[in-house]
Design a protein around this ligand. Structure first.
Ligand code: ADE
Length: 427
């Protein structure tokens, strides 16, 4: 078996942590038991590019129980948990290609290793497997039945591919399932971003001005949790509806050009590029802390962008740089001010903490497992394009999650059902 991991000797620790996470993933465990009996993925090869965490390990075990050969690589150079990668290889026999801190070449080398396995199903978090396959090995698309995408940024890239008529096989947008984005993006990103920020800095949030850039589901989660810690939260937005929601949710809303001068802590969660630019950094207070929780490390202008090599960036303009503690770097500017960057500007919740807690990934990954089964059955009948998760799957995940929490709900009476489908009743 081929693999590329940091240290196989870490497997015992990884195995225990995977087991602990599994206790919080009852929906996925239920699916795993059924998959082991029914083998809906038998004979297939599945290439997955996901954050290599304890939760992902439990998804990989579930897919393997479904009868397919799973090949796994990292979807971010800084999110891999090396002990988990070791356990996946040593204890579960899953070819894993992921090393925390890997450089760009190794990152893409690992994606190529997944493509070398000639997958029939792909599973992405950020669209890097799909885009690499289409850009470099388009002939491989013919053997892919379909794929799934975990995150908002990946779905945006897929829709752009579909718009360009570049997409060669059907993709299911797992991110857009209600049981994914309403929980994972909001509660998962909310809690784990604050977790990453605190682990990187150990600062007190109470009384600080926290600027949250972006008020999508992730931004809402971060804003709510920061407020829960006693921070004064400022939201920046480009969408008038979201800005209005943020205002009525009780946050101060202003442009980043104004927020830059007042914030103590900045968190970007927009999915877009250069949301915090060098011009904004020039206005920031001495000691400001910057973190990103969007998928790519482009939201804060830290590193030179090959598409805009002359744009001013923090790493070019800082006159000094020190690693202050794990996941926290200090940049000294020419005027003496210091700015602090958590998690190298990469997803702070995974780079400085452990990502979303297992009980929320339970729903996201239950969707992934059920979508893989759906694609194995129906993918050959779907034209290339981006599809929603079938409603039956979304609702089944919600039902199973409620059951696992011991929560029962009401059913409509016949009279109520009839009322909802009639138009005759008025005042
Ligand atoms: N994305 C965010 N948190 C995650 C986690 N814990 N595992 C896998 N992917 C994630």
């Amino acid at each position: 078996m081929q693999f590329d991991i940091r240290d196989a000797g870490l497997s015992a620790e990884g195995r225990l942590r995977i087991e602990w996470a599994d206790r919080q993933m009852p929906v996925l465990s239920t699916i795993r038991e059924r998959f082991a009996a029914e083998k809906p993925l038998a004979g297939l090869r599945l290439g997955a590019c996901l954050h290599v965490t304890t939760e992902t390990a439990n998804l990989a075990r579930t897919l393997q129980a479904g009868g397919c050969d799973v090949f796994l690589c990292a979807s971010n150079p800084l999110s891999t948990q090396d002990d988990v990668a070791a356990a996946l290889v040593e204890d579960f026999g899953i070819p894993t290609f992921a090393i925390r801190g890997e450089d760009r070449d190794t990152y893409y080398g690992h994606i190529h290793a997944i493509l070398d396995a000639e997958p029939n199903l792909t599973m992405d978090d950020g669209c890097d497997v799909v885009s690499t396959l289409h850009a470099e090995r388009p002939e491989q698309a013919a053997q892919v039945i379909g794929g799934s995408e975990e995150t908002t940024t990946g779905v945006i890239r897929l829709r752009a591919m579909a718009e360009d008529n570049a997409l060669k096989y059907p993709m299911i947008a797992v991110n857009d399932a209600a049981t994914k984005h309403l929980f994972d993006n909001r509660y998962g990103t909310g809690q784990s971003t604050i977790d990453g920020l605190i682990r990187a800095t150990n600062i007190l949030l109470a009384g600080k001005k926290v600027v949250v850039c972006g008020y999508g589901q992730c931004g809402r989660g971060v804003a709510t949790r920061a407020r829960g810690h006693g921070a004064h939260v400022i939201v920046t937005e480009v969408d008038p509806l979201r800005a209005l929601e943020a205002t009525m949710d009780g946050y101060e809303v202003m442009p980043i050009g104004e927020a830059a001068a007042v914030g103590d802590i900045f968190v970007t969660v927009t999915g877009d590029i250069r949301v915090i630019s060098w011009e904004h950094m020039e206005q920031m207070k001495d000691g400001a802390i910057l973190a990103n929780s969007g998928h790519f490390d482009v939201e804060i202008a830290v590193h030179a962008d090959p598409r805009k090599p002359d744009a001013p960036t923090l790493d070019k303009l800082a006159v000094g740089r020190r690693l202050m503690r794990n996941s926290l770097e200090e940049f000294t500017l020419a005027d003496g001010r210091k700015l602090y960057l958590a998690g190298d500007g990469r997803l702070v919740n995974l780079a400085a903490a452990e990502g979303h807690p297992a009980s929320v990934m339970d729903m996201s990954f239950a969707n992934q497992a059920l979508v893989a089964e759906y694609l194995a059955r129906n993918g050959r009948d779907l034209a290339p394009g981006v599809y929603d998760v079938p409603t039956e799957i979304d609702r089944a995940v919600a039902r199973l999650k409620l059951e696992s929490m011991g929560i029962r709900i009401d059913a409509l009476t016949e009279e109520q059902q009839a009322y909802l489908t009639s138009w005759q009743h008025g005042t």
